[in-house]
Design a protein around this ligand. Structure first.
Ligand SMILES: Cc1ncc(COP(=O)(O)O)c(C=O)c1O
Length: 396
């Protein structure tokens, strides 16, 4: 038995998507910028995909440019705005829990004369709006805050941030990479000027993404060359990838409600199973304002890494709340910002489900994880102390 519960890292490509891509490898393979009819057939595929992505986000096709994925879209949005609006100001505001694609873009800007404010979240993982508002200065040109966090699944109040930003002539970008296909995402409703998405997070192919750029918002180009994508993103278009992204967008719209309900019921089943069986656990992040497919659980007295590796041996894929940076394990910046201790952050496991996940897989994964945690705790002197009435951080 196997259970793949790491869908926030990447998802299985939908067979309908693979089918839609096939012809752009085998038949309609010409360069979409070529003037001949072969090229124009490929161009038609690209423009159909653009319409589908625009329908997903509720914008016009002209407001979509295709990229190589979430990382590029985030870089393009953040660095593109900072370069374009440099005369107006050099201050940007972001959250402390962004994905490295945004955080490292901000570091890059910081190191080159920019000024970046990083706003923390509360104990439930939601950005502190009063701190964000207080950070705004006359030089603020951009606010970039993710729509849903990749580790906790917590949904951020982007619409409220738009209310704050728009009145002050500040551009608003959101990284919606984890939100697409899981919750409704409507750029008019959200009031954002830029939005990043990535196909492989919602059953599309790797290496394809898009950036929504609201009409009137300008960005400097990061990629110089031909005049592709309105001169913003040079480079021969990845037609099969773009067609796959378009198909995945269409399916995301079509199946959203059904998948949301199914996936959240399975997520809750997993969570209930684990928290009722194991003492000293903590579900991290807001319990309602989160993605339907994600749960992040800390298992006190054990390292997430140990759980993950034991689970892997039994065919269960999950991820940890730590990242390997320069050879040593570092606790997740997302969980630490929420106020978790290093020990609890390092004992965290992220479970991320998808529409492909089954009840059998969930029950199998719960058995495997519970067994791994119990075994690892059996070797922990701290756990022994806790059983004798020693200190612990979670409710027993
Ligand atoms: C929130 C978020 N933003 C950006 C990215 C980067 O996307 P990509 O893998 O398409 O470069 C990820 C991927 O993990 C993500 O979770």
């Amino acid at each position: 038995m196997k259970a793949y519960l790491d869908n926030n890292a990447t998802t299985r490509t939908d067979p309908e998507v693979v089918e839609a891509m096939k012809r752009y490898f085998l038949d309609t393979y010409a360069n979409a910028s070529s003037m001949h009819s072969f090229g124009q057939a490929a161009r038609k595929g690209v423009e159909e995909a653009r319409e589908r992505v625009a329908a997903l986000l509720n914008c016009t096709p002209e407001e979509i440019i295709f990229t190589s994925g979430g990382t590029e879209s985030d870089n393009q949005a953040v660095r593109g705005v900072v370069e374009k609006y440099a005369k107006k100001g050099n201050h940007i505001i972001t959250s402390a829990i962004e994905h490295p694609a945004v955080l490292e873009s901000c570091v890059h800007i910081d190191e080159r004369g920019g000024d970046v404010s990083y706003i923390s979240t509360d104990s439930e993982g939601i950005i502190k709006l009063e701190d964000l508002e207080a950070a705004i200065t006359e030089k603020t040109i951009l606010i970039t805050v993710m729509l849903a966090n990749n580790e906790s699944g917590v949904i951020q109040p982007v619409k409220e941030i738009a209310g704050i930003a728009n009145g002050k002539d500040i551009i608003l970008h959101t990284d919606a990479v984890q939100a697409i296909g899981k919750i409704p995402v409507d750029v008019q409703e959200l009031g954002v000027d830029l939005l990043s998405l990535s196909a492989h997070k919602f059953h599309g192919p790797n290496g394809a993404g898009a950036l929504f750029i609201r009409k009137g918002t300008r960005v400097a180009s990061l990629m110089h060359g031909g005049s592709h994508e309105r001169g913003i993103r040079a480079g021969t278009l990845n037609v099969p990838g773009i067609a796959g992204l378009g198909k995945a967008a269409e399916i995301a719209v079509r199946d959203l409600d059904r998948n949301r309900q199914k996936v959240s019921a399975l997520r809750d089943r997993l969570e209930k199973n684990l928290t009722s069986r194991l003492k000293y656990t903590r579900v991290n992040g807001h319990r309602e304002k989160r993605l339907p497919n994600t749960t992040n659980i800390s298992f006190e007295f054990v390292e997430g890494e140990g759980i993950m590796l034991s689970a892997d041996l039994k065919g269960v894929a999950v991820s940890t709340g730590s990242a390997c940076a320069s050879g040593k394990l570092e606790a997740s910046h997302v969980l630490l910002d929420m106020g978790l201790s290093h020990a609890l952050a390092q004992g965290a496991i992220r479970f991320s489900l998808s529409k492909d996940t089954t009840e059998k897989e969930i029950d199998y994964a719960a058995d495997v994880i519970a067994e791994a945690v119990e075994k690892l705790r059996g070797m922990s002197p701290l756990y022994e102390d806790a059983l004798k009435g020693g200190a612990c951080e979670t409710a027993g």
